[in-house]
Design a protein around this ligand. Structure first.
Ligand SMILES: Cc1cc2nc3c(=O)[nH]c(=O)nc-3n(C[C@H](O)[C@H](O)[C@H](O)COP(=O)(O)O)c2cc1C
Length: 155
């Protein structure tokens, strides 16, 4: 099949879909994610993807548990930190550890604590399906939005 569009246009098209911003965290680090989507209420499942070329997905997934931290509108710096190649990101943000030794960031909109339900290798990505084991919500915060390569806030 012939593609009748350029990769840059495809990237721009995908980027036209506004998303929230979260940080996926493990025991030792984390990275910024906007590929989060809810999958199912029963069982309680979510999905996101990891770009294998950029992220050490093996060490991220090896405990079998992780957390998704939904960033608030005043947490742009945290998004940039976790999208960077800094080797000690967690030491630079306030966080605590769960019973499973997974880092949960402070002052977010809320977070999910998850176990790995399934992981599927697709080309240079791994699609992770997580099962929600615990959660918390902060109703008093507004979300950070990512749209066309820029951060926005809901006005
Ligand atoms: C808004 C935003 C969304 C991102 N979403 C994802 C994502 O869903 N999956 C992914 O693998 N990388 C995503 N990234 C890129 C990673 O955060 C980036 O590759 C990070 O540097 C990886 O960190 P590491 O090298 O410490 O693992 C995103 C970056 C930004 C700024």
């Amino acid at each position: 099949m012939t593609k009748n569009f350029e990769k840059t246009l495809l990237k721009k098209s995908f980027g036209s879909f506004a998303t929230g911003v979260c940080v996926a965290t493990s025991h030792s680090g984390g990275f910024t994610v906007n590929s989060f989507a809810s999958l199912s209420l029963e069982p309680p499942l979510m999905i996101f993807n990891i770009y294998k070329t950029e992220t050490d997905h093996v060490s991220f997934l090896n405990l079998g548990h992780f957390a998704i931290n939904f960033l608030a509108s005043d947490q742009k710096d945290i998004s940039n930190l976790f999208a960077s190649k800094d080797t000690d990101k967690l030491s630079k943000v306030k966080h605590y550890k769960t019973e499973n030794n997974i880092a949960v960031l402070d002052n977010t909109l809320g977070h999910l604590e998850l176990s790995i339900f399934q992981q599927i290798d697709i080309a240079d990505h791994v699609l992770v399906i997580g099962k929600v084991e615990n959660l918390a919500i902060n109703e008093n915060k507004e979300p950070l939005i990512y749209y066309r390569s820029n951060y926005r806030e809901i006005k």
